[in-house]
Design a protein around this ligand. Structure first.
Ligand code: FAD
Length: 421
């Protein structure tokens, strides 16, 4: 009986799912491993953190995605290493997984840039747990201020967001909206107008990859909605209850959201793979990892480049396209054909600022701003969401929020704090 090649895919994010899907019907056994039993739609995590959506709206059980694909098995577990001579992957506390092809699709994680106190006191926004923890904390700060308004003098309702990229802009805009639209009604005895959202960006503009007109639109919109945008500012250190800026100012603040930078998943180092800038795994033009036969890397963890040699951005479309590409390459190798280089088809960039406000720069020099860009942003995210149930649920939630000026899940569940604020 012919031996069926084994493909192990590490990570059920955008990239890993596309590798597994792309191998549908191929003569291979695919094992998809993830530390969670669900896929997370990261672009909408900030809406979970700001009570716009429920965690279940942006997550999908991985097993449920492969009912009709017989050659995929799912294994929940955390990959910790690999034995390259035995060609096995180590999964924490479980039997090793043998592989002929190993695809690393483990994504990225937060980097605190060595800022003292940031890791201890800051809230990152990369996982569903991060988003739920932040939502719990935000709502809990309002409950605490409602019980004792002197909390306001101690920065109880000052929310500092670090990083003026799309995630920082989206989070700051959504927090300002939550306070003005919803908490104003939820806490009638509290002076909610004293709640502050401070967006801190080191450069002299927001939304770095966008054109100047889009950056300006984001800045003006956020300021008009009450966000205190500080450009050319830098957080020097963070303590329990305060944030100190590089110019020496100490701001009482009990919440710091860190949206400032990412690095490749440290698993790349644990697997002993060659790494470049920000830990991203070095790849050949076809996305194979040099010096590691049978190894591939896709998505945020990979240092894939365009035809001019510039690193591709860490975005969902890059992860999806690179995942599909690797699936095609494995098929080609099985058929005895040579591999082809990965070519990214640029789908443009978008960022939402809040209700009826977004910027979108699409292929063909189509630049949208305001309500039209916002509708385009909503449509794109609905289409990209994994699973029809999630799409329907998100659509209903968005329509409800838009029509009623309300938000649903502003719950405090489970543990509130990750530190001693
Ligand atoms: C808050 C936020 C907002 C974003 N907004 C946008 C946006 O608007 N548009 C856009 O295009 N992109 C956006 N991105 C980026 C986009 O989400 C990423 O580019 C994309 O998720 C990368 O896909 P990936 O498959 O490489 O990694 P991921 O989607 O991160 O998936 C990695 C998977 O690997 C698993 N994993 C990690 N380590 C292990 C391990 N040791 N063992 C087992 N499993 C492991 C994780 O659980 C995860 O499921 C955003 C990202 C964030 C964090």
């Amino acid at each position: 009986m012919a031996v069926v090649p084994k493909v192990v895919v590490i990570g059920a994010g955008f990239g890993g799912l596309e590798v597994a899907r792309g191998l549908k019907g191929a003569p291979v056994d695919v094992t998809l491993v993830d530390q969670h039993n669900f896929h997370t739609f990261q672009p909408l995590l900030y809406q979970v953190a700001t009570a716009g959506l429920s965690p279940t709206d942006v997550a999908h059980v991985v097993r449920g995605l492969f009912h009709r694909q017989a050659n995929v098995r799912f294994r929940q577990g955390t990959v910790t290493g690999a034995d390259w001579s035995a060609r096995t992957v180590t999964v924490d506390g479980q039997p090793d997984l043998p592989f002929d092809h190993l695809v690393l699709a483990a994504g990225a994680t937060v980097t605190w840039f060595g800022t003292p106190g940031a890791a201890e006191h800051g809230f990152p926004l990369y996982t569903l747990e991060d988003a739920t923890r932040l939502r719990n904390h935000v709502v809990e700060r309002f409950e605490a201020a409602d019980r004792d308004p002197t909390e306001l003098d101690r920065g109880g309702l000052t929310f500092v967001v670090v990083g003026g990229g799309p995630t920082g802009v989206e989070t700051a805009g959504a927090l300002a909206e939550l306070f003005a639209m919803v908490f104003r009604k939820d806490y009638p005895n509290l002076d909610v107008s004293r709640a502050r959202v401070v967006l801190v960006e080191m450069q002299d503009h927001l939304l770095h990859p966008f054109k100047a007109s889009s950056r300006r639109h984001a800045l003006e919109t956020l300021r008009s909605r009450g966000v205190d945008v500080r450009l050319g500012a830098q957080v020097a250190s963070v303590a329990a209850g305060s944030v100190t800026f590089a110019d020496g100012e100490e701001l009482p603040a009990q919440t710091l959201v860190w949206a400032a930078g990412i690095q490749a998943n440290p698993l790349a180092a644990a697997l002993d793979l060659p790494q470049g800038r920000a830990g991203r795994v070095t790849v050949e033009p076809d996305l194979r990892v040099p010096g590691r036969p049978g190894a591939w890397a896709v998505g945020d963890v990979a240092a894939a480049a365009d035809r001019h040699g510039s690193l591709l951005p860490q975005l969902a479309p890059v992860a999806m396209q690179s995942g599909r590409h690797v699936a095609r390459q494995i098929r080609r190798l099985l058929e005895g054909r040579p591999t082809t280089p990965f070519r990214y088809r640029d789908k443009g960039i978008m960022a939402t600022i809040g209700r009826r406000a977004a910027v979108a720069e699409l292929p063909g020099r189509i630049h949208l701003r305001g309500a039209l860009a916002w509708v385009a942003w909503l449509a794109l995210h609905l289409v990209t969401l994994v699973g029809p149930r999630n799409r329907a649920s998100v659509l209903i939630n968005w329509a409800w929020n838009y029509l009623t000026w309300d938000r649903g899940p502003r719950l405090i569940t489970g543990s509130v704090r990750r530190h001693d604020l």
